[in-house]
Design a protein around this ligand. Structure first.
Ligand SMILES: C[S@@+](CC[C@H](N)C(=O)[O-])C[C@H]1O[C@@H](n2cnc3c(N)ncnc32)[C@H](O)[C@@H]1O
Length: 428
């Protein structure tokens, strides 16, 4: 598809170029903020430290930079200001419309840079620099990324503690928000793509658990596959509120959505100490996860006891932890189905036994929220362009795309898009 044709079919692709965003994904974050006020526009001091995972080419980082560092108005703040202007225009239609309109405009243009901003962005791919943002080229699923992130967030604390005991590093300044737009190179095999995507999510969550402040927020891309409700339930164990957001700029036909998790509740096992120890023992597994190892050093798995009976009313079942050599350990777990216990409240699962937190039966469906102003562009529609439309180049082409060698080879043979110097002969 040519640039011009893509401009027509994808309004957000065109707008991103016109508004100087490195990728159309910028609109997804802005529309999520519009709904959830991620950046707390009325209490700006509450969101100043942010980690952007899987950040290349960097449009989400651009949003962070423009909102937090430059103090520009996007998302919820822009929406509130727009509403205020509309109301002012309505109210002042007869009398002092001009004055009110001028106030509204002033509000919109007022820059409100935040103090003590720290933004760390990580991606597998190198990312063109952005002023004021620390960028790291690293794999978020790899344990070696953990110290890189901790050092980038708090260099002094990290350097002064690692020499004595790396495992006792406490995060002196935890972060307020972790966002992750991680996506693997899609293979087209849905189950595989969804699986890899979920591993990215677990890796992002693992990092978030280690660096978020209590009450902090976590936003991550998710593919709504068959067993996604299990992930939702797991997220519910460490966040007060979990929602699924579908921004208007994300195509309706795509499985993509975003989990928006608010009110981080540090899990008890972390014991308040954040840092390497907490990060190296991921709660939910994921690619970077260590296997569960019992005290005798054997890898253990938890299985449902086939003999166990669920006693009516009691809602209890027995599970055994089976170690390859060690003795069996019995645990009692309680199902959390709301309908099976009318007195049960939706309370954080982190306060429940581990066996209960991970039970497949504990699935939970979060609210699904379509976000983005209804007047905004429809990502599934094609729009007619004016005849004099000039198609712009992308703001930031990938610095080192994995397909670079293929492009070079193609160029050597005569050019992109199959147009070779040899014409039909060359293509044969
Ligand atoms: C959809 S893009 C992110 C777009 C970005 N949010 C923006 O606004 O420009 C997905 C990114 O995930 C990155 N990614 C995939 N797997 C990763 C991993 N294991 N570690 C770090 N980044 C990864 C890819 O390199 C890619 O840049």
């Amino acid at each position: 598809m040519g640039k011009s044709s893509k401009d027509k079919r994808d309004a957000y692709y065109r707008l991103a170029k016109e508004q100087n965003w490195r990728a159309r994904s910028a609109f997804k974050l802005i529309q999520i903020d519009e709904q959830f006020d991620l950046f707390e526009h009325e209490n700006p001091e509450k969101v100043t430290r942010v980690v952007d995972l899987c950040a290349a080419p960097g449009s989400w980082s651009q949003v962070l930079s423009r909102v937090l560092i430059k103090g520009e108005s996007f998302g919820r703040r822009a929406w509130v200001e727009k509403k205020a202007r509309e109301e002012a225009a309505l109210a002042g239609a007869n009398s002092d419309a001009t004055d009110n309109g001028a106030d509204g405009d002033a509000d919109m243009k007022e820059l409100k840079p935040r103090k003590n901003v720290k933004i760390v962005s990580i991606d597998l791919q190198p990312m063109a620099p952005l002023e004021g943002i620390t960028t790291l080229k690293a794999d978020i699923t790899h344990p070696s990324t953990i110290p890189l992130l901790l050092r980038a967030l708090d260099p002094e604390a990290y350097d002064s503690t690692t020499s004595s005991s790396p495992s006792t590093i406490r995060q002196p300044h935890p972060v307020d928000l972790v966002i992750s737009d991680g996506a693997p190179d899609v293979t087209g095999l849905h189950d595989l793509d969804i699986y890899i995507q979920s591993q990215l999510l677990y890796a992002a969550l693992n990092l978030a658990l280690g660096v978020l402040r209590p009450g902090g927020k976590f936003v991550a891309k998710i593919f709504r596959g068959r067993d996604v409700d299990l992930i939702y339930a797991q997220l519910r164990t460490v966040f007060e509120k979990v929602s699924v957001a579908k921004p208007r700029s994300s195509r309706a036909s795509s499985l993509e959505a975003f989990v928006v998790c608010e009110g981080f509740i540090p899990p008890a096992i972390h014991d308040g100490s954040m840092g390497i120890d907490a990060l190296k023992n991921p709660l939910f597994g994921g690619a970077a996860a260590a296997h569960n190892v019992s005290t005798d050093g054997n890898v253990s798995i938890e299985v449902m006891d086939v003999d166990s009976e669920v006693k009516p009313g009691a809602n209890l079942t027995t599970t055994k932890t089976v170690s390859s050599t060690g003795p069996h350990k019995e645990n009692q777990t309680r199902m959390l189905h709301a309908e099976s216990d009318s007195s049960s409240k939706l309370e954080p699962l982190s306060q429940k036994p581990v066996t209960e937190r991970f039970a497949v039966e504990n699935r939970w469906i979060p609210p699904f929220i379509a976000c983005g102003d209804l007047s905004s562009w429809d990502s599934d529609a094609s729009y007619a362009l004016p005849p004099d439309h000039v198609s712009l180049d992308p703001v930031q082409p990938p610095t080192a795309p994995p397909y670079r060698r293929a492009l070079e080879l193609r160029k050597e043979k005569g050019g992109a898009y199959g147009k070779t110097k040899l014409g039909a002969l060359g293509r044969a």
